[in-house]
Design a protein around this ligand. Structure first.
Ligand code: GDP
Ligand code: MG
Length: 252
């Protein structure tokens, strides 16, 4: 892939998604062809640990479309898949979205355009700011998501509200400078990336999105909530001071 400034890699992390993958990629390819044709876009399906036909479907799609490729890792973890896909990519803009396309694709052009100015190098979809529209999300997940948002904002004084929406884009510079600082390879990866980005001088831009919830989920709510809280405390009381020292060293 070329390293032109309008090159874009949209990563779709997948775990056992044989039912959704094919249709989602057809939809995304068609959307990109008609709506973001001025980008040199590619789609990368990133699978780790699927035990169903996901990998075969990804392979078939990559044969069908020259702009679709796939990578495969053995060890599971969404963060791990994203890190690997982004670090292997040469694109100027690195994005990702969930395979269920819960976030309305019409929000994609705005997400990408917001990175074209000089102010933001990281933009995220948000279901928790005014202007967003969320359909079909259970009370339980909505409640947990809002409590989590309050918790990390109290702990880190960050500006963004929704760390967990599966719809984000970062610049190559953020991928090279901030992504390697993250330690989590699972669901906490997103939050860790955003907090570290703001703490290292990359403000996060939140864009309200339209979200239609897909009840088919890989998330174990209790386990993930525990992982998230553990991650927040690790970051706040251990790793953040290391990061601050690193920034000071680089500046002096
Ligand atoms: N590569 C990879 N993708 C994963 C893993 N776990 C979940 N995903 C993907 O992450 C995306 C979001 O998962 P989903 O279950 O829809 O999360 P939810 O919308 O928060 O309930 C989907 O595209 C999943 O296939 C994993 O371990 N590895
Ligand atoms: Mg989902």
């Amino acid at each position: 892939m070329s390293g032109f400034s309008n090159s874009l890699d949209i990563v779709i992390p997948v775990l056992n998604e044989e039912k959704a993958l094919e249709n989602s990629v057809h939809t995304l390819v068609s959307f990109c062809q008609h709506n973001i044709e001025h980008y040199d876009w590619f789609i990368t399906v990133a699978d780790n640990g699927s035990t169903d036909q996901t990998l075969q479907i990804a392979e078939m799609l990559s044969e069908q479309y020259s702009r679709v490729r796939f990578i495969r890792l053995e060890e599971r973890g969404r963060g791990r898949a994203l890190k690997m896909a982004w670090s292997q990519s040469e694109a100027a803009i690195l994005a990702y979205m969930d395979v269920d396309l819960s976030t309305d694709l019409n929000c994609l052009p705005q997400l990408l355009e917001s990175l074209s100015g000089s102010k933001f190098q990281i933009a995220i979809g948000s279901r928790l700011i005014s202007g967003s529209k969320v359909v079909g999300r259970s009370f339980k997940r909505e409640f947990i998501s809002r409590c989590y948002s309050i918790l990390f904002r109290i702990m880190f004084f960050v500006s963004f509200k929704d760390a967990q929406c599966g719809f984000k884009a970062i610049s190559r510079q953020v991928a090279q400078e901030v992504v390697p600082l993250t330690k989590n390879n699972g669901w906490f990866f997103d939050t860790e990336l955003l907090i570290l980005a703001e703490k290292t001088g990359y403000p996060v831009l939140e864009i309200p999105v339209k979200w239609v919830d897909d009840p088919d989920s890989r998330v174990n709510i209790l386990k993930t909530a525990f992982e998230d809280i553990k991650g927040l405390f690790r970051l706040r009381f251990r790793d953040l001071s290391e990061v601050r020292k690193l920034i000071k060293c680089n500046k002096s």
